[in-house]
Design a protein around this ligand. Sequence first.
Ligand code: ZN
Length: 271
Amino acid sequence: MVTRRTLLAAALAGPAICTVAGSAGRRLPPEARALGESGVVVAYGARSLVVGHHTAAALLRDLAARADAAALTVSAVLRRAVRPRVVVPRTTAEAAALAGAGPVDGLAALASAGQVIVLPGAFARLTPVGRDVVLTHELTHVAAGTEGRPVWLREGFADYVGYLRSGLATRVAAAELAAEARAGRLPGALPADAAFAPGSPRLAQVYQESWLACRLIAARYGERALADLYQRAAGMRLGQALEPLGLSVRALVAHWREYVRNELTGAEGDG
Ligand SMILES: [Zn+2]
């Protein structure tokens, strides 16, 4: 059982930091070798490894502590140990080269090849809570895998874990969707993959819809059922993956619309 106390203890433990020069004779972890020969710095958390390229020591330490805490949250949901590897490139171009696919502009972090890549500029502009949400979201992608699921399930599950210990009120985290719901507009279908394309007009809302769909499943059937559904869904159609819950896609959508309405427009008692 992961409690706030264990999370706090992990955050307070303070990871060790060491600077590793490429020529110092010490073997670099593979993540470090990808960043070049000079200016590579490494911080070891209790369960995380953070590798930076010309990264300030304070940021490395902060990331190791946050990655340790994120790992506890992700481990509790997936019911297995998670050991985060975080890489902090020096520039956006370096991040793009490391990520290998797609634009990285505007992103604070992304998941790629078994590690979380943090873009220091955008990451620094996040609030402390935002940093934890983003790191936990990306770490969920890395640890749980993303292949073979509809995008809403992939992103909704990562946001479910990401927001789990954030303490953010639902209407704050889903402000754009709440505005639509208050205006009487409720989603009619689970978001299609295309709705997640960069620059899509309702990008914020489709993430929020996906988050609430996953939160609904956890609320009705338990967190374990949500995590098991996520694993099952990699190899089958959604309708099939929902069968053990006695749930059809149609019934899920009906419950979800109701849940969105209650969570975002209902009486107070939001949390
Ligand atoms: Zn994501």
